[in-house]
Design a protein around this ligand. Structure first.
Ligand code: PLP
Ligand code: COI
Length: 354
């Protein structure tokens, strides 16, 4: 149980819970009764407050709107069979939050305040954590610049907020993906490794064009040559090739995913060889064509493990083995879920109990 004494809590007069259809929860559309806010001003974080979810008044001149000083995180809370609730590896999100903050020239937030704020908010809205299989409470922390100033300069004031929303799986089917060779998500020296809002804004047009061609997701390639695999939509790209787990090594163009690093650790624990390295499009497509690539999936908090059925590259389609029969992806999904939902002992200390 988290001590909420440092955080002012104002409860909503009524709960929206009775109106929520827990059988119909598209990602990101339903929000819980409360949210957390805090302010950065005069060089320090203050005013940590949990209050009813609702609109906030802001100047139309805030620099987040004009120059994109804004970034976010994504993590989830899970309800165990005995009713206990845990949050998965918030310490990792806290660390990455601050990496994003530094790159976007924004203030860092002490990791204990990030974790404490999230656990306190989830505790207030614990009835919102779904009990249905595969359903979770998505947690969206974010920070944005609030100086009402149109000069291109780092803001001196910021807001940290956390929203919660119950959700089912982000993808409901195996994916048909396209290897993107025109647009780029992130370039060397840029900020692809930060969860900056602009990275997602810039991905919308290529993703929309791909969707119009019937694809569910893009595989991003490197900005210089489009010859190397980087990420898969808003998830890390992972493959099993020749019985080894192969995934692009993280660099400044790639988000260092927490699902990715958890899978790598679990796979090594199962005795599997893991290669974090550059993977060329050519290598991947040859491995699919000759049957040595047995698994392809995106790994992420929202995506969980999203398996790939088909990959298209320059008009040619490559079909993966039937995802339902994949040994590795299904074993990893189960191993991760067993920990997150408290079905096995949490020997790694990944669950933070609410
Ligand atoms: N890559 C991108 C671009 C993402 O947006 C995400 C989602 O958060 C990931 C990878 C996966 O990261 P994580 O497993 O920490 O959610
Ligand atoms: C997450 O997995 O938390 C993400 O950030 C993906 C999101 C952009 C939908």
């Amino acid at each position: 149980m988290i001590e909420t004494s440092n955080i002012k809590v104002t409860k909503a007069a009524t709960s929206k819970l009775p109106q929520i259809d827990f059988d119909n929860l598209p990602f990101g559309k339903t929000f819980s009764d409360h949210m957390l806010t805090a302010d950065y001003a005069d060089g320090e974080w203050k005013n940590f407050e949990i209050l009813p979810f609702g609109d906030i008044g802001l100047s139309p001149a805030i620099s987040a709107l004009h120059y994109g000083q804004s970034f976010f995180e994504g993590l989830k809370a899970y309800r165990h069979a005995d009713g206990q609730i845990s949050v998965f590896r918030p310490d990792q999100n806290a660390a990455r939050f601050n990496k994003s903050a530094e790159r976007m020239c924004m203030p860092t937030l002490p990791e204990d305040l990030f974790i404490e704020g999230i656990l306190a908010l989830v505790n207030v809205d614990k009835d919102w954590v779904p009990s249905k299989e595969n359903y979770t409470l998505y947690i969206r922390p974010f920070m944005f610049a609030t100086d009402p100033f149109l000069g291109v300069a780092p803001s001196t004031t910021y807001k940290f907020m956390v929203l919660l929303g119950p959700t089912g799986p982000y993808f409901s089917k195996n994916l048909r993906v396209k290897i993107e060779t025109e647009y780029t998500r992130a370039a060397e020296g840029g900020f692809g490794y930060a969860k900056a809002a602009g990275n997602y804004g810039g991905s919308l047009l290529p993703a929309k064009k791909a969707a119009q061609q019937g694809f569910d997701q893009l595989i991003w390639t490197d900005a210089k040559s489009h010859e190397y695999i980087e990420e898969m939509g808003a998830a890390n790209a992972m493959f099993v090739i020749d019985g080894k787990l192969v995934t692009p090594s993280t660099r400044d163009t790639i988000l260092d995913g927490i699902t990715r690093k958890s899978i790598i650790e679990l796979a090594k624990g199962f005795g599997m060889e893991v290669e974090e390295r550059r993977i060329s499009v050519k290598e991947l497509l040859e491995a699919i064509a000759n049957g040595t690539c047995t698994d392809a999936f995106g790994a992420g908090t929202a995506a969980t493990i999203a398996q790939v059925a088909e990959i298209e590259h320059e008009g040619k389609t490559y079909t993966l083995p039937n995802p339902a029969e994949s040994v590795f992806a299904n074993k990893m999904r189960k191993a991760l879920d067993d920990i997150k939902f408290g079905r096995v002992e949490d020997v790694k200390g990944w669950n933070y109990m609410v």
